[in-house]
Ligand binder design. Structure first.
Ligand code: PBG
Ligand code: ZN
Length: 332
């Protein structure tokens, strides 16, 4: 049996039919909105390589988050831009650091918003590496208590969850232990479990001023050819107490997202990283791509690959587009 009895096009005739048989959906509720936080008040500086993305002072971060939340985005993740950096990243666990202040302000103004924080040293170290450096090597074990300091300071400020992005071995266990010991047994951990040493983080490093001053991150972030290794990383982070696991970047690693989804029964998060954002923005600026359609297609692909949640700089715009287009206006 086949054509002419079988006709695939029957189910594609109208927007209504297509919507009925859609196997995957995209919703503002899938998004986690990243925000870069600096100190001060009323400060808003655009990141040159990421049009539409800003370094915000805590007060303006609250405004931005409120607008995203009003458009159906349930969560934000905060990245810190400190006033000073040193060799161990001590500005990362200051009680009155930009992230700590922003977390408190966000939870006060928007108690229902889920506030997550990125936990890493690279934003706060003068050498820009994600761990303690000795003789040009990034050390694993001495880094763990410092990461735990940062995570604890975020939990104390009221964060719902912390997201370690450093790729040191044992960081989830170290953070979980410290949080539990201090009474934060319900603060969740979203681990950057399978984080690859990717060239796609370039614009982020400009935004966070966190590019390593020497060498690269290949001795701790994962090597792009490997997927079995990603599954081991996920397995290990779950054993240490991670509540959600992330695959990063997303677009070039959709196969990794799919495999993690099939093997583990926890929420899987895809990080639609800065380079992926900037590529689309740049092409759209030149008029080479229809930005709205490309963004929604790319985000949908991450869902189809198996992601439950997507960290994306497009969150605000995409949420608005989805709300405009849903559902009656979808009819062609
Ligand atoms: C910090 C961190 C990075 C990103 C998230 N957390 C940069 C890096 O590892 O160099 C990248 C995010 C992006 O590119 O959007 N460890
Ligand atoms: Zn880092």
């Amino acid at each position: 049996m086949g054509f002419p009895v079988v006709r695939g096009r029957r189910l594609r005739q109208t927007a209504g039919l297509r919507r009925m048989v859609a196997e995957t959906t995209l919703d503002p509720g899938d998004f986690i909105y990243p925000l870069f936080i600096r100190s001060g008040q009323g400060r808003k500086e655009e990141v040159a390589s990421m049009p539409g993305v800003y370094r915000l002072s805590p007060d303006l971060a609250v405004e931005e988050a409120a607008e995203a939340h009003a458009n159906g985005v349930p969560a934000v993740i905060l990245f810190g831009i400190p006033d000073y950096k040193d060799d161990v990243g001590s500005s990362g666990w200051q009680e009155d650091g930009p992230v700590q202040v922003a977390v408190a302000a966000l939870k006060r103004a928007l108690p229902e918003l889920v506030v997550l924080t990125d936990v890493c040293l690279c934003d706060y170290t003068d050498h820009g590496h994600c761990g303690v450096v000795e003789r040009n090597r990034v050390l694993n074990d001495p880094t763990l208590p410092l990461l735990a300091n940062i995570a604890l300071s975020h939990a104390r400020a009221g964060a719902d969850g912390v997201a370690p992005s450093d790729m040191m071995d044992g960081r989830v266990a170290a953070i979980r232990q410290t949080l539990d010991r201090e009474g934060f047994t319900d603060t969740l951990i979203m681990s950057y479990a399978a984080k690859y040493a990717s060239a796609m983080y370039g614009p982020f490093r400009e935004a966070a001023q966190s590019a390593p001053s020497f060498g690269d991150r290949r001795s701790y972030q994962m090597d792009p050819p490997n997927v079995r290794e990603a599954l081991r990383e996920v397995e290990q982070d779950l054993a240490e107490g991670a509540d959600l696991v992330m695959v990063k970047p997303a677009l070039a690693y959709l196969d990794v997202i799919r495999q993690v989804r099939e093997r583990f029964f926890v929420p899987v998060v895809a990080y639609n990283v800065s380079g992926e954002y900037s590529m689309v923005k740049a092409a759209a600026r030149f008029g080479w791509l229809d930005e709205r359609r490309v963004v929604l297609e790319v985000l949908l692909a991450m869902k189809r690959a198996g992601a439950d949640l997507i960290i994306t700089y497009h969150a605000m715009e995409a949420a608005k587009w989805l709300r405009e287009g849903c559902p009656s206006k979808l009819r062609l």
